[in-house]
Design a protein around this ligand. Structure first.
Ligand code: CA
Length: 217
């Protein structure tokens, strides 16, 4: 899961990107103006920014100058694809020309995140192995039959292992801030995850709070 900022003034494209990246398990923030992008990127830390070039307010090039250090995927019409854009690429970055296939964008996002972020490839506990790269959980060497939300929940527990997480925190991290279901959703998913992974003793209930994955560090 990554925190991604989408900067695109065409609302339908912005929404479509958000929808697809959320389905892939990421958290997305959206802005529709270059100045808003600079302001938000200054306040919050993002793992990746998807940045349109032609924007109201500051354009994509101006935004880029203000957000050094965050990996960027540029969105650009083919006609705008210039040496300037290529010259700006800093190795960690990428660009994609409009119109584009959502699958291609998603693949580029994952590749860029891998290049810039992921250092840990596996997490192992007892008979369970979490493969961050392939987004799979193995039990005794066989892929576990987990839903995307169950994967996301386990991934979140693993990344916060040995820390008690409240049900509300888990809802925010796994389901997102705008999820309208209650904390019971977390309990149901935890039950299923414990059973599917055989980690009843490792995923412990923290009285009156939530859950914690107990793993030797
Ligand atoms: Ca635009």
């Amino acid at each position: 899961m990554a925190e991604i900022l989408i900067v695109e003034d065409e609302v339908s494209i912005n929404e479509l990107i958000k929808k697809n990246l959320c389905l892939a398990g990421h958290h997305c923030a959206q802005v529709f103006d270059g100045n808003d992008a600079i302001a938000l990127a200054g306040r919050e830390k993002f793992d990746l920014i998807i940045l349109d070039i032609m924007l109201p307010g500051a354009d994509g090039y101006e935004v880029l100058e203000q957000i050094q250090g965050t990996p960027v995927i540029f969105l650009t019409a083919k006609s705008e694809l210039s040496d300037k854009l290529r010259g700006l690429s800093r190795g960690a970055d990428d660009y994609i020309t409009k119109p584009f296939q959502m699958l291609e964008l998603a693949a580029r996002v994952e590749a860029l995140l891998r290049r810039t972020k992921r250092t840990e490839q596996y997490f192992e506990l007892d008979h369970v192995r979490l493969d961050f790269e392939r987004r799979l959980i193995f039990v005794d060497g066989k892929p576990a039959d987990c839903t995307p939300k169950e994967y996301e929940l386990f991934d979140t527990l693993v990344k916060n292992r040995n820390i008690a997480l409240s049900r509300e925190k888990l809802l925010d991290l796994v389901w997102g801030y705008d999820f309208e279901g209650g904390t019971r959703t977390v309990d149901v998913h935890i039950q299923r995850l414990r059973a599917k992974l055989g980690l009843e003793k490792r995923i412990v209930t923290v009285y009156k709070l939530g859950y914690r994955l107990e793993a030797p560090s």
